[in-house]
Design a protein around this ligand. Structure first.
Ligand SMILES: COc1cc(-c2ccc3ncc(-c4cccc([C@@H](O)NCCN(C)C)c4)n3n2)ccc1O
Length: 304
């Protein structure tokens, strides 16, 4: 488990308590041989790593950590601590497993279960779209992992096909693994939580409106993912992020006959329950201009 160490720092006569997590200070290369790059993003790189003691292969997520609060280079350490806490709290067959955490001067390394089947995103892209029976198999596993997270009051907040990986894409029934808990949050009793982070195509209207968030935001993303699995189309995707966000606010989506003629009414009903068109949103869609005030405020805040 994560070692939380109570530290008291004396500064200007006051005693400040900081509850910084302490990860393994040893050099990760003493225990793992660092291999090929599997993928990379902002301030993070995922590499294949080989455990010296057992010969097992793992995935190492190498993260650059901000040196101080004023720096914009690197990830916020408290954000990373929450991700590690959350990963430790959720052990489930459909959620990636965290094995170890190492820390050097400005880098933290998460040692994670290696999955070799790639992203669901690529799997769909190669198949255009899936049979409804295949989509159901994937959704069942995604919802099992997500249901387990939600039962522990943990919300992912960045569900998208790129963060859903397959253990082995050639297996007849590939196993799903949810990854990337960099935006995840564990809710405490009575807590109000707002965030303007996420990926435009998949974020819920309440994120754009900066309303208090809940597990419902993940269920909205599940509706978008299901729509994509069954049609190959992204329901709210516009030519720009702004257009995508506008489409979400006014609930501008439809089941185009050209793409949904083979889709069951049960599947469309499932999506409509996850992407509910409220009376307010129908009214907005009928009005010439959408509620630009909340949209402009969101635009000013958003972090991508
Ligand atoms: C727990 O958080 C993460 C786990 C992983 C992870 C875990 C196990 C694992 N086995 C293989 C891979 C892998 C293979 C190819 C590319 C990538 C990664 O660069 N792209 C993953 C999705 N991306 C949008 C975060 C990751 N991973 N990636 C990636 C990013 C995370 O934020």
């Amino acid at each position: 488990m994560l070692n939380k160490q109570q530290r008291s720092d004396k500064g200007a006569g006051e005693v400040k308590q900081s509850n910084m997590a302490v990860f393994k200070p040893e050099n990760v290369e003493d225990f793992y041989e660092i291999g090929e790059v599997l993928g990379s993003g902002h301030f993070a790189q995922v590499r294949k790593v080989h455990e010296r003691a057992t010969g097992t292969y793992w995935a190492g997520k190498f993260l650059k950590i901000r040196k101080n609060a004023c720096s914009r280079l690197g990830l916020d350490r408290s954000r990373l601590e929450e991700e590690v806490d959350i990963l430790h709290a959720i052990q489930h067959p459909n959620i990636i497993t965290l094995k170890d955490v190492f820390e050097s001067r400005a880098e933290v390394v998460l040692v994670l279960e290696l999955v070799t089947g790639g992203e669901l995103f690529d799997f769909i892209a190669e198949k255009e779209n899936l049979l409804e029976s295949e989509a159901i198999e994937f959704m069942e596993q995604i919802l099992k992992g997500l249901g387990f997270m939600h039962s522990k009051n943990i919300v992912h907040f960045d569900l998208k096909p790129e963060n859903i990986m397959l253990s082995d894409r050639v297996a007849p029934h590939p196993n799903i693994k949810l990854i990337d808990f960099g935006l995840a949050h564990r809710f405490h009793q009575g807590e109000e939580y707002r965030s303007s982070s996420g990926t435009p195509q998949y974020i819920a209207p309440e994120v754009i409106a900066s309303d208090p968030l809940s597990t419902a935001a993940d269920m909205w993303s599940i509706g978008v993912i299901t729509f994509i699995l069954l049609s190959g189309l992204s329901p709210f995707q516009g030519d720009t992020d702004d257009e995508t966000l506008r489409n979400i606010i006014v609930m501008n989506y439809e089941f185009a006959a050209q793409y949904f003629s083979m889709t069951s009414s049960m599947a469309k009903d499932f999506i409509q329950k996850l992407l509910p068109i409220t009376r307010t949103q129908v009214a907005k869609r009928n009005r010439s201009s959408i509620n630009m005030k909340s949209f402009k405020k969101f635009n000013a805040r958003r972090k991508w």
